[in-house]
Design a protein around this ligand. Structure first.
Ligand code: G6P
Ligand code: MN
Length: 448
């Protein structure tokens, strides 16, 4: 079984490889091909993987290459976790948006649109290469903005591309733990789009436990989303939103916190990650220990500006463990490759699951997964306020896809202007010009 990792020099690759190392069963991944456009980053990550592998007899073989076609040939699974424009691009996305007083987060609002406009053409090219060179491969997309990028790739690959994100899993796990329930056996009713979903119930033996949590102020104060949104707002919603909805419900405060922060998330990560890759170039650097330290630092500062805006201080020890994006990826691969049936929250084509969206819209919902792929499970309809956000944001995503295909500046302006977190058409126009001036990857938006 061959797994190809695109963005193979990326910082999270050792998490994925670590998950593979724990899998000793028949049908496991035995070969990993890392692909990256940057050979130096590949060297750094390959060094970490080699140290991880040393403790195992059956560790998957690793090859690294900057040749995409070579990496893709013979792949059974392709993980795509690329960052078009690098972290420098992410920092620029934030800076340009904040200068206009709007949010520049990499997946939400203006920043998400800019990043999407840059990434979609590259993701579509990759999808075409996969369709040609590894037509039977399953593509697992981590690349943000994950819902939008998955939808772009699904236009080429159909249901062979599945998007994943660890934030719904993390939320489900935190809520289950607070309720004293086993996250593996509880039914988690979570629906929406990527980074725009709500946990509306958590059933154990058919009984919804969420009302018990919503009634308990102390319990709500004990986990990240409970603290971010506060008990009163959670009771008003009757649901626990994904942490990224903090940017919507507390937009003014999060924009201000980002503006006042010493560094934006992208700028911080740009420096932090550059230091890691630089350290890895120095002879004598212990790869795994250096990577682990950098990871711990990165996790501890996740969403720091939001916590600042909410006045909730440091990240809790219990929340530091990520949702386990590598675990979701491995569970998905096992289910598909070995028919180990399971239910996972994934980004897939809607097919009537949310009746307000068309069949091809990629949504983030619980899916039954088996050897035939991921099948969305029927869910209760969203309340009207959530329908409003989901349909507005999906409309924006469609404009991004249209702009990426047509190269039309006017369509790009429409994408920004129609976003609920962009408050003026003039701002949208200036954003398109500002982003185009900054990013060579947006030069294609040169048609009227
Ligand atoms: C969460 C999100 C991912 C994101 C990751 C890292 O897991 O679901 O989409 O890539 O956090 O965020 P960061 O700000 O550290 O890059
Ligand atoms: Mn995510």
């Amino acid at each position: 079984m061959k797994l190809t990792i695109l963005g193979g020099g990326g910082f999270r690759v050792p998490l994925v490889y670590g998950a593979l190392l724990g899998d000793h069963a028949e049908g496991r991944v035995t070969r990993v091909a890392l692909h990256d456009v940057d050979a130096g980053r590949l060297d750094a990550v390959a060094g970490v993987l080699a140290e991880q592998a040393a403790a195992y007899k059956d560790a998957p073989d690793v090859v690294a290459t900057t040749d995409l076609d070579e990496a893709l040939r013979g792949a059974d699974f392709v993980f795509s976790a690329i960052r078009v424009g690098g972290l420098e691009g992410r920092a620029a996305d934030e800076r340009i948006a904040l200068a206009e007083g709007v949010l520049g987060q990499e997946t939400v609002g203006a920043g998400g649109i800019a990043y999407g406009l840059r990434t979609v053409p590259v993701a579509v090219d990759i999808a075409r290469r996969v369709a040609e060179l590894a037509p039977d491969a399953w593509v697992i997309n981590f690349t943000n903005p994950a819902g939008l990028v998955t939808e772009a790739m699904s236009r080429v690959l159909g249901d062979r591309v599945i998007g994943i994100c660890d934030s719904p899993v993390g939320l489900g796990r935190r809520v289950a733990k607070t309720l004293g329930a086993d996250p593996a056996s509880a039914w988690i009713d979570y629906v929406g789009l990527n980074h725009l979903g709500w946990l509306r119930g958590l059933r154990v033996g058919g009984h919804d436990q969420l009302p018990r949590l919503l009634a308990d102020t102390e319990a709500l104060g004990s986990f990240e989303e409970g603290r971010l949104f506060g008990p009163e707002w959670l009771r008003t919603l009757g649901a626990i939103p994904n942490e990224y909805l903090h940017y919507y419900y507390f937009n003014r405060e999060t924009v201000r916190a980002y503006q006042e922060a010493k560094q934006t998330r992208g700028a911080y990560l740009h420096t932090q990650q550059a230091r890691f890759y630089e350290e890895m170039r120095q002879p004598g650097t212990p790869p795994l220990a250096t990577w682990r330290r950098t990871l711990a630092e990165r996790e501890a500062t996740y969403m720091a500006a939001n916590r600042e805006a909410a006045g909730i201080g440091e990240r809790d020890e219990d929340d530091l463990e990520s949702g386990g994006y590598e675990k979701v990826a491995l569970a998905l691969m096992r289910a598909v490759a070995r028919n180990e049936r399971t239910t996972l929250i994934l980004n897939v084509r809607n097919r009537g699951t949310l009746s307000v969206l068309d069949a091809d819209a990629v949504v983030e919902v619980p899916c039954f997964v088996d050897a035939d792929g991921a099948h969305p499970v029927a869910v209760a309809p969203l309340p009207l306020h959530a329908v409003g956000l989901v349909t507005a944001v999906k409309a924006v995503e469609r404009e991004v896809l249209d702009a990426a295909e047509s190269g039309s500046r006017a369509v790009a302006v429409r994408a920004f202007a129609l976003h609920p977190l962009v408050d003026s058409v003039n701002v949208a126009r200036r954003l398109v010009d500002g982003y185009r001036a900054e990013h060579p990857g947006l030069g294609y938006l040169n048609r009227p």
